[in-house]
Design a protein around this ligand. Structure first.
Ligand code: 6PG
Ligand code: NI
Length: 199
């Protein structure tokens, strides 16, 4: 862990490939970690039968997970689809719901799918040099809609936020992002239930 009392700098992109050596934590999520999260279960099973592709990975500089700290790092969502649904992160609420998150896109094309516990939803595009502010209470999932190109972004969020995957692991987000006629389209998730209809 980085010395918590001394300021430090690092270069976000050190040439190409990116300078990832500064990060001390690297987490990968393969297809097998996303069971039940894609709508097309047959496409999921067919892909899982042949390989276990790497869908996304993220790098962090470890910091204490406490109030006052900022956890931050770099996420890479790789290009691809399960059926016609683009590769995406699991997505989550923050355990401390009243915590926000800030994103800055470095490379690629994608969207952030967001929703509140009440089911209000929003989708915002991510492209290089675009910043995104996710207010407190909004679950967030990043989706790579670019063809053949990684989606790369920085994220920053409060140290005490935590990750709550609960309802999203069960039914997903209200909206899905799929490819239709070669272009991304936002569709309703047929498995999503409004908060009052959930048991
Ligand atoms: C966050 C951060 C980041 C995130 C990864 C993977 O939202 O807290 O952006 O660390 O956890 O991008 O996403 P999942 O945690 O949803 O798998
Ligand atoms: Ni988050």
């Amino acid at each position: 862990m980085v010395n918590i009392k001394i300021p430090f700098t690092f270069d976000v992109i050190q040439g190409d490939p990116m300078g990832l050596s500064q990060y001390d934590s690297h987490i990968t999520r393969r297809l097998s970690a996303m069971k039940g999260m894609y709508l097309d279960e047959h496409a999921f099973a067919a892909l899982a039968a042949t390989s276990d592709p790497l869908l996304y990975e993220f790098y962090e500089i470890s910091r204490p997970a406490v109030t006052g700290e900022l956890l931050h790092g770099l996420s890479i969502v790789h290009p691809g689809k399960v059926g016609d649904e683009y590769y995406m992160t699991k997505g989550h609420f923050h355990t401390i719901l009243e915590t926000a998150e800030f994103y800055y896109c470095l490379r690629g094309q994608g969207v952030m799918v967001m929703e509140t516990p009440e089911g209000v939803w929003a989708v915002e595009s991510l492209q290089p040099n675009r910043a995104l502010y996710v207010p407190p209470r909004w679950a967030h999932r990043s989706v790579n809609t670019g063809s053949g190109q990684d989606l790369v972004f920085l994220f920053v969020y409060p140290g005490n936020a935590g990750h709550d995957y609960g309802s999203i692991e069960v039914q997903g987000f209200r909206k899905l992002v799929v490819e239709r006629n070669g272009k991304p389209e936002i569709i309703d998730n047929p498995r999503w239930l409004s908060p009052k209809d959930r048991s």
